[in-house]
Design a protein around this ligand. Structure first.
Ligand SMILES: [Zn+2]
Ligand SMILES: [Zn+2]
Length: 249
């Protein structure tokens, strides 16, 4: 099975990264749907798509409006949208309001109470965990694919509350919006800065870390200070759009 990093930036798209969207085509799993959501169409392998939202900020949901054509053009029979109640309300009542978008939402809505376990169409179980430091909150997810434990955590500071939730995963996909030089901004906006993430990955005994949701104002190859990062935790990669992780290798 493979994980496709369709969008790996936060806030707004730039010439290098669209905003957040991950996909596991073989089981129809999609995690968040920012502007990279337009790329979902070219990866569809299932009749049902299960979309899990971390939260409803625009860089995680605006691509949902691009999916209205999937049942018409790509023979998708069902799209299930999972998120906290206030997140689904925002999608239904704001993003898909007539003033914003001309067509109603094409989804079945499924409310998650953070902490719930979600069963995907193919039977995969996904655990959820509430993150509270980002404005409006966010949800982290953990699941197993091809015998590997995977966690997806975005839009949060590293506050110690979810360390046990991600402990021992083979692959941690985690945001890192800011380098340590902007740690004050990280605290203000409820985002992660680099050394806190390195220490988390090290202390939670993570097998491999892939960083996503990086600052779109920084197009450098290394927006977070990898040399310093690797002194604390070394098995780290910064994702770009188009990265594929093949879990069978
Ligand atoms: Zn975000
Ligand atoms: Zn956010």
């Amino acid at each position: 099975m493979r994980i496709e990093f369709l969008g790996t930036g936060g806030f707004h798209p730039n010439e290098r990264r669209h905003t957040t969207c991950l996909m596991v085509p073989e089981i129809g799993l999609i995690l968040d749907c920012g502007t990279a959501g337009f790329r979902i169409a070219e990866h569809i392998e299932t009749k049902t798509l299960d979309l899990l939202l971390s939260h409803a900020h625009l860089d995680h949901i605006c691509g949902l409006t691009y999916l209205v054509t999937l049942p018409i053009i790509h023979n998708v029979e069902k799209m299930r949208l999972f998120g906290a109640q206030h997140v689904l309300d925002a999608v239904r009542d704001s993003l898909f309001s007539e003033a914003i978008f001309p067509v109603g939402p094409p989804f079945e809505f499924h409310t998650i109470t953070p902490g719930d376990s979600i069963e995907l169409a193919n039977g995969t179980q996904i655990e959820s965990f509430p993150l509270t430091t980002h404005p409006g909150g966010s949800i982290a997810y953990r699941f197993e694919l091809d015998g590997q434990q995977i966690a997806y955590v975005t839009d949060t500071t590293v506050d110690g509350t979810y360390t046990d939730f991600i402990r021992g995963v083979d692959l941690l996909i985690h945001e890192c919006y800011f380098p340590d030089s902007s740690s004050d901004w990280a605290e203000t906006t409820g985002h992660t800065h680099s050394s806190t993430l390195a220490e988390l990955a090290q202390s939670a005994n993570v097998g491999r870390l892939v960083i996503t949701h990086v600052d779109p104002l920084n197009l450098d190859d290394d927006p977070i200070g990898l040399d310093e990062f690797k002194k604390i935790y070394s098995n780290v990669t910064i994702a770009d759009d188009g990265l594929t992780i093949d879990l069978s290798k």
